[in-house]
Write a protein that binds this ligand. Structure first.
Ligand code: F6R
Length: 260
């Protein structure tokens, strides 16, 4: 796992965007896994800027959302399908039919989750998965206790996650209790994981998953088993890392040609 500590979320967004740009230039029909929440927004802003100002094209790219709330009416402003459209895909030239999300309102949730797994495989698998991390160590909506081998399925949100996400709704009562999410096994199948986090509120979770034991109690710790996981965080999110100086030294001395 590579840990990169940068001064600001803007820098984090730019570095993650560099990696996505390199991927898309090398493989125009790349498959990108899309996270929602606040953390990836600087990435989407930077990719949208590069599209508008520098002609970076996503015309052949496919996108797969990480997760979706269950129970929000179609078109709800905070449904992740809408968030991804608003924050990213509508700002670039991704074809609408190439943007996929797990179906949180299917009558047959199990079949819908399996269909989602099948669609990822049919697209050739995810080349680069963008991730954030919850204050309790979740990735996607794989809350503590999730099977490290799990696939896309319905999950119940931890109360802490509902509280954390209440800022996107008028009140906590409106935050759904259930979600469908790619499983930890699904996420681990992506060829490159890029997790971004910023702010002191993430410092405990970052310390736990980067330097703690691999455990279902801290789902993001599964990244320690991935052959290509890049963790890009700001100083505040890195503030509790015992090995911060080592990570900084490694990155500062990394050959530029290696990229991330
Ligand atoms: C979002 C997702 C979540 C968030 C996490 C952090 O699709 O899967 O794991 O990445 O809850 O959220 P923010 O970035 O809002 O702090």
């Amino acid at each position: 796992m590579e840990v990169i500590i940068l001064p600001s979320s803007k820098d984090i967004g730019a570095l993650a965007a560099d990696s996505i740009e390199a991927l898309v230039r090398n493989k125009p029909n790349a498959v990108i896994g899309l996270a929602t929440g606040s953390s990836p927004l600087p990435i989407y802003d930077e990719l949208a800027r590069r599209h508008t100002e520098e002609g970076l094209s996503f015309a052949q790219v496919s996108g797969f959302a990480l997760d979706e709330y269950v129970g929000l009416p179609e078109g709800h402003y905070e449904s992740y399908r809408e968030v991804i459209r608003r924050e990213f895909t509508n700002r670039v030239d991704v074809a609408a039919e190439n943007v996929h999300g797990p179906n949180g309102s299917s009558q047959d949730v199990e079949a819908a989750c399996q269909a989602y797994e099948d669609a990822i495989v049919a697209a050739g698998g995810i080349d680069l998965q963008i991730l954030g991390v919850g204050t309790n160590g979740h990735i996607g909506f794989n809350e503590p206790g999730s099977s490290l081998a799990s696939r896309t399925r319905i999950k119940t949100l931890a109360e802490q996650t509902r509280q954390d996400n209440a800022r996107f709704f008028d009140s906590i009562a409106q935050v759904p209790h259930h979600v469908v999410t790619q499983g930890l096994g699904t996420i681990m199948d992506a060829r490159h994981l890029v997790l971004v986090a910023s702010g002191a509120g993430k410092a405990d979770a970052v310390r736990a998953f980067v330097e703690g034991p691999v455990s279902a109690s801290c789902p993001a710790s599964i990244l320690q088993f991935h052959r290509r996981a890049t963790v890009i965080i700001d100083e505040a999110a890195a503030s509790k890392l015992a090995g911060a100086a080592t990570y900084r030294h490694a990155y500062d001395n990394k050959p530029v040609w290696q990229g991330i």
